[in-house]
Design a protein around this ligand. Structure first.
Ligand SMILES: Cc1ncc(COP(=O)(O)O)c(C=O)c1O
Length: 337
């Protein structure tokens, strides 16, 4: 946290922090996977590139070089002895003034990590998840920069996912301001029809996901044609298969939309093939994608003791997957370069 290794309980911020009041921060979410070469962060550079560009959009000057943040991410993973985990860097305007303009607020930089299994439930990866079209629309990119990961932007996602879960669904599907499909509350969407993949892009108010980008590449390598265009709800309802992509959700099939079954109502063969290829990439089994894996160089460890963990932290999974969620092991820390 801000240049030091901080026990969980001491990793606090002041109640007058600008970001707490106005959501003025940017963040990333990435996964570190276990590979034969040790833990490796999937597409670390792409995630940090997006963090810096989100920060630039919001005028947050990150006071560290990108290489320093890469090293700090690895240090957090090493010091926690994680083989696999989720990593959350966040940069935000701290305490200085509560004017809406954050001019006198310092930029705080924190990296958190914790073990996180499947986001939409282990069963969801196999059987697919039930989704509902949200009554909340995704905001248009003229209202907020949809390609940035700004903290306050997630109030839109939060409204949508709370509504979906309250109505018994695993995830929400948000339409854009014109009524086309945008994305899930934290995932991009793909449709499979007649052996072809369809997805949308930033013209439809989506975050350009790094998993989406990986899946576009994998689909091409598997020989599937991909069309990028506006997607209507009818495209989804008449699809053979559909799936979400995202760092948290990985590749998760969609089985139903508002009680209408998609295809056969479970994971389809194309989704399964892409999902398998994705996990072969993240686990280092498929060497063609080895360049996507940023090895957490275990040689760099300063000492062989782990950091004394301050507190148990068990991040909740989405409510719909409570039963299937594995309880993560206790403890993790914050660190920053
Ligand atoms: C709104 C939204 N869309 C899509 C995604 C998927 O992006 P990625 O694959 O980079 O995790 C995320 C997750 O970060 C997200 O929050």
């Amino acid at each position: 946290m801000n240049g030091g290794l901080v026990p969980w309980a001491s990793a606090t911020t002041h109640v007058s922090a600008h970001a707490l009041h106005y959501g003025s921060g940017v963040f990333e979410g990435m996964r570190c996977y276990e590979t034969p070469d040790g833990p490796a962060v999937f597409r670390l550079e792409s995630h940090l590139d997006r963090l810096y560009s989100s920060a630039e959009i919001y005028g947050l000057e990150i006071p560290y070089a990108q290489e320093e943040l890469s090293e700090a991410v690895c240090e957090v993973i090493r010091r926690n002895d994680f083989n696999s985990c989720y990593v959350r860097p966040i940069c935000y305007f701290g305490s200085g003034s509560l004017n809406v303009h954050p001019r006198s607020c310092p930029v705080e930089v924190v990296i958190l990590a914790w073990p996180w299994a499947t986001y939409l439930g282990a069963a969801g990866l196999e059987q697919g998840v039930r989704v509902t079209v949200s009554p909340w629309r995704k905001f248009h990119s003229r209202m907020m920069p949809t390609t940035a990961k700004g903290c306050g932007q997630y109030l839109n996602s939060m409204l949508a996912v709370r509504d979906a879960v309250d109505r018994g669904y695993a995830e929400a599907l948000l339409l854009d301001s014109e009524g086309n499909l945008a994305e899930g509350s934290g995932e991009n969407i793909f449709i499979v029809r007649d052996g072809q993949l369809l997805t949308n892009d930033d013209r439809h108010s989506i975050l350009l996901g790094i998993t989406r980008d990986a899946v576009l590449r994998i689909a091409g390598d598997l020989g599937y044609p991909v069309e990028v265009r506006a997607l209507e709800l009818d495209d989804l309802i008449s699809a053979d298969e559909a799936f979400f992509t995202g760092t948290a959700a990985e590749v998760t099939p969609i089985s139903e939309v508002d009680t209408i079954r998609i295809g056969r109502g479970s994971r389809g063969p194309v989704t399964e093939e892409i999902q398998q290829a994705f996990f072969d990439a993240t686990s280092g089994r498929d060497r063609r994608y080895a360049h996507w894996l940023y090895r957490v160089d275990l040689v760099g460890i300063e000492s062989n003791q782990s950091f004394p963990l301050a507190q148990e932290f068990t991040p909740e999974f989405v409510e719909c997957s409570k039963e299937s969620a594995e309880k993560p092991p206790s403890g993790e820390i914050f660190i920053a370069p």
